[in-house]
Design a protein around this ligand. Structure first.
Ligand code: NAG
Length: 431
């Protein structure tokens, strides 16, 4: 196995990697039965018969243990529906965790991605195909980074259609996943375009809600497009439940819906449609109830937490060329590796990407590309774009993300416009 010196010092902190590996392997073989015994089964019978004990070794979660002590799940007055506020959620969640201690280690970085689409087939003939590819992209990202994912395709509150549907879904996800610290709503038409970039959760440790936007445009221009509500991170907390109660108070399930439509248009003068919408509602809350919510809301403009596809799609080929240039120079990045250990290579990439921005001059991969206005499922689109323009851009962006995934499986699309074919990646590519 040809392992160069650089690789060995990077991956083993200077311990000669082959010797170290042999020692580790023989230790592993010597202790294998004990390790298996200890970690998979407290019961020797199970070990001999190979019956699964319900203990998921890779995460260390005890998936069968639900003690009889009562928790919020046993409270008949607590509902998953949004019409019934929940109190003391932080305490209730803490109590559940206390009774399920295997979920405590790593809690603060645990993320559940929630996404979804409408219950019916897409009117656009290729709509469902596109949704599948959009979903695959999210599954790939979550698998690489160890996040759970939930796809919802029913209206949990039948009156809360289109963009309002996410609020009941996010709320239900909080109750279903007390072990998740963050719920990450991602619209179905958003695509991960940097499969390696990991959410910088440390930045948000004092915040409960993260959204992509521009404080200038929110507070000075009062524009309804000063942020994008299609992707947000929300902390599983009482704060979040209260926030969503107020936010959804502007929705179509309330008698106030029409009044809110007017009020939002009066606040954000550039809003051109009469219906109350979640995004303008969010801007409204930041403007009018800043003291109440503002200090826990992080308006992220440091990277493409999500980005407008028109701004991104034309740059992808150039970005690919730049990344390939880095790989040509850096042998460590050309080393093949298992998908599971992929995150370990981020620090090598950072040596080359440090200081490379996203803007006009920058060539960092945008984290997420959002097809705002394209509507892949319905096929109706904003008049600014053509249908073909949207579809071509979606193929390109999806293939751009997919190439980064396929690379771990030894293949790559020959070009961004070619969704249907792949070619094998040669050893040590692109030396
Ligand atoms: C998981 O929980 C069950 C039920 O309390 C317990 O018997 C078992 O030992 C636990 N498994 C592990 C590996 O901790």
């Amino acid at each position: 196995m040809p392992i160069n010196r650089k690789a060995s010092s990077f991956f083993s902190n200077g311990i000669p990697i082959i010797g170290g590996a042999i020692v580790a392997l023989s230790l592993l073989w010597a202790f294998w039965p004990i390790i298996t015994f200890t970690f998979t089964s407290p019961n020797p019978t199970n070990f001999r018969t190979g019956v699964h004990s319900g203990y998921s070794g890779s995460h260390g979660f005890n998936l069968t243990h639900d003690p009889p002590e009562s928790t919020f799940y046993d409270d008949p007055d607590l509902t998953y529906t949004i019409d019934n506020p929940i109190k003391n959620w932080d305490e209730k969640r803490r109590q559940w965790l206390w009774l399920h201690p295997s979920f405590i280690p790593g809690l603060e970085n645990r993320v559940l991605l929630v996404t979804g689409s409408q219950p019916n087939p897409c009117p656009n003939p290729i709509g469902d195909h596109l949704l599948l590819r959009f979903f695959k992209n999210k599954v790939d990202y979550c698998r690489i980074h160890g996040y759970d994912i939930f796809y919802n395709n029913v209206l949990l509150n039948p009156k809360m259609f289109t963009y309002w549907a996410k609020i009941p879904a996010v709320r239900a996800a909080m109750l279903a996943h007390p072990e998740a610290e963050w719920i990450w709503w991602v619209d179905s038409d958003a695509v991960f375009t940097d499969m390696d970039y990991k959410l910088p959760l440390h930045r948000y440790k004092n915040h409960n809600f993260v959204v992509h936007g521009w404080p200038e445009l929110i507070y000075k221009k009062k524009s309804w497009t000063s942020l994008n509500a299609g992707v947000f991170l929300i902390r599983n907390s009482q704060w979040a439940l209260d926030f969503m109660d107020v936010w959804s108070g502007m929705g179509p399930q309330t008698p106030e819906y029409e009044k809110w439509g007017q009020r939002l248009r009066e606040t954000c003068k550039d809003k051109h449609f009469p219906e109350s919408d979640d995004q303008t509602g969010l801007v409204y809350l930041l403007l009018k109830e800043k003291e109440k919510w503002g200090d826990k809301v992080y308006v992220e403009d440091g990277y493409y937490f999500e980005g407008y596809w028109m701004e991104i799609v034309g740059k992808l080929e150039d970005i690919m060329g730049k990344y390939k240039g880095v790989e040509k120079r850096e042998r460590r990045l050309r080393r093949r590796h298992a998908e599971k250990v992929r995150e370990g290579y981020n620090s090598v990439w950072e040596e080359y990407l440090d200081g490379v921005g996203y803007g006009r001059e920058g060539w960092r991969r945008p984290f997420m590309t959002h097809f705002t206005g394209c509507q892949p499922c319905s096929g109706t689109h904003n008049e600014l774009y053509t249908r073909q323009g949207c579809w071509d851009a979606m193929q390109k962006v999806l293939n751009f993300g997919d190439n980064q995934v396929l690379r771990s499986y030894g293949f790559v699309h020959p070009s961004l416009g070619d969704s249907g074919s792949v070619m094998p990646v040669p050893f040590d590519y692109p030396a």
